[in-house]
Ligand binder design. Structure first.
Ligand code: ADP
Length: 438
């Protein structure tokens, strides 16, 4: 910098001296300044040329400030080059590692566009890299539930299981893992073996249940006839027949529940949703529960929004809701209160069943939706429970994109709440209010 000032001052001094000698001071000072500016301009021009093509051109042959600027640029450029080299080495390593992954792996940008994909993604999903670069994944893989998988930005999303778009026999589990500020890894895992194994298991249960149903119906028929002719039999035999009938009834319920559960497992969504008039359904369940309560004289309340209908499967929802209400009757001592509510808010439609029954200890709460899990096996069997009711409820709700929430205080009662997303709601015609108690 100082060097530049001295140089400029030197030129002006020479111009001044020559100006005094020639009596043209102003003209020569202007000439000196112009010369300095011209020199700077030429250096700037060479600097620009050098920055545009460092290979072909040399930096300006200057000293002072410009030389310092050139040195700084040179240093930063070298630094940048070495960082670029390191980053591209890392990127190459990441791509090599991700290419070797057995899972189909796709890097998605903020809008779900493809930024990179490995070879397994081509084999499993038909996504080709680099041909499909910047394409939206939802345009390449068509599935009704894919948008909600992509919209969920948290890693806690449930995996989506679909048949492979390339090989219909292959079953894929899709899930996303967020990383960076906006990017996501979209992973497709081959779960065909697990799927087939599960299918074999549920087919086996369905077939076995089916085969057991016919002989059981025959036995039940004979027992009914024997019971009808009670007069012919001694007292001891009569009570044996009643016991046998009760047990075959239990077995029939168990088989029906097993068949329903395996049917629910076969598809993950309701095949063709229909309009379900839930308030009417709840009225029927309410009557059923009243009859079941009988001499125990439970007090029932039913509050249902008469216009609130949903899209779904009538039989499945009936089975789920009646399981919850029947459980409330079975696990609530006589004269206890059972309240059924059906209403909607901003978060969707909700069905509540609360009771003032025995409640569920905290340690069991997470497991009671598992098949055959009971808090008190003896009590459940005594009340004719199959141990499959809540497993059916959970499956039915999952097929309707709904979820089950349980709150309970042992000794005080329980509340089972089914939450349906707003998308399932279909508003019905106004009807007289359905609100009753008994
Ligand atoms: P079960 O046929 O035994 O009733 P479920 O799957 O319907 O089978 O319920 C599983 C278990 O959850 C029951 O055995 C019971 O211990 C508990 N349970 C379910 N509903 C209630 C309730 N309303 N109050 C107390 N316990 C309940």
């Amino acid at each position: 910098m100082r060097e530049d000032i001295w140089k400029f001052a030197g030129v002006l001094l020479i111009a001044l001296v020559i100006g005094i000698l020639t009596h043209h001071v102003l003209l020569l000072l202007l000439l000196g300044t112009g010369l300095c500016l011209l020199h700077q301009q030429r250096n700037l021009y060479r600097l620009r040329r050098w920055l545009q093509n460092r290979e072909k051109h040399r930096p300006p042959d200057a000293r002072g400030l410009l030389a310092e600027v050139c040195r700084e640029i040179d240093y930063r450029f070298e630094h940048h080059q070495s960082r670029k080299q390191t980053l591209s080495t890392y990127l190459k390593r990441f791509q090599e590692a991700a290419s070797a992954l057995p899972d189909g792996t796709i890097v998605l940008g903020e809008a779900g566009e493809i930024e990179w994909a490995n070879d397994a993604a081509r084999r499993y999903l038909g996504v080709r890299w680099p041909q499909d670069a910047r394409q939206r994944i939802a345009n390449l893989i068509r599935h009704p539930q894919l948008p909600s998988l992509l919209e969920a930005h948290s890693g806690a999303t449930q995996a989506l299981e679909i048949p492979s778009p390339v090989h219909p026999d292959m079953r894929l589990s899709l899930f996303t893992v967020p990383y960076g500020s906006t990017q996501r890894l979209f992973i497709a895992r081959d779960v065909t073996k697990l799927y087939r194994l599960n299918r074999m298991r549920s087919d086996f249960i369905a077939n076995a249940s089916h085969e057991l149903r016919t002989p059981l119906t025959v036995i039940n028929g004979y027992l009914e006839t024997l019971e009808e002719d009670q007069g012919q039999w001694p007292e001891a035999s009569r009570s044996s027949f009643t016991q046998m009938r009760r047990q075959t009834e239990r077995m029939r319920n168990l088989i029906n529940d097993l068949l329903l559960l395996s049917a629910l497992e076969h598809d993950e969504a309701v095949p063709s949703p229909e309009l379900v008039r839930v308030p009417e359904m709840l009225s029927a369940i309410y009557m059923e529960a009243n009859a079941l309560s009988g001499a125990r004289e439970h007090i029932f309340y039913l509050e249902a929004d008469p216009k609130l209908w949903i899209m779904g499967n009538y039989n499945e929802l009936y089975s789920a809701f009646s399981n919850l209400v029947i459980n409330a009757v079975q696990y609530t001592p006589g004269k206890g209160i059972i309240r059924i509510r059906w209403y909607a808010d901003n978060e969707g439609a909700h069905m509540h069943v609360s009771d003032t029954g025995i409640g569920i200890p905290e340690s069991h709460r997470l497991r009671i939706t598992e098949r055959f899990y009971r808090v008190d096996k003896g009590r459940s069997r005594e009340s004719g429970g199959t141990g499959l009711g809540l497993a059916i409820v959970k499956h039915v709700l999952a097929r309707h994109n709904a979820s089950l929430h349980i709150e309970s205080t042992p000794g005080k009662g329980s509340t089972f709440r089914c939450d349906f997303p707003p998308a399932t709601i279909a508003q019905g015609d106004a009807q007289p209010g359905l609100s009753s108690s008994a």
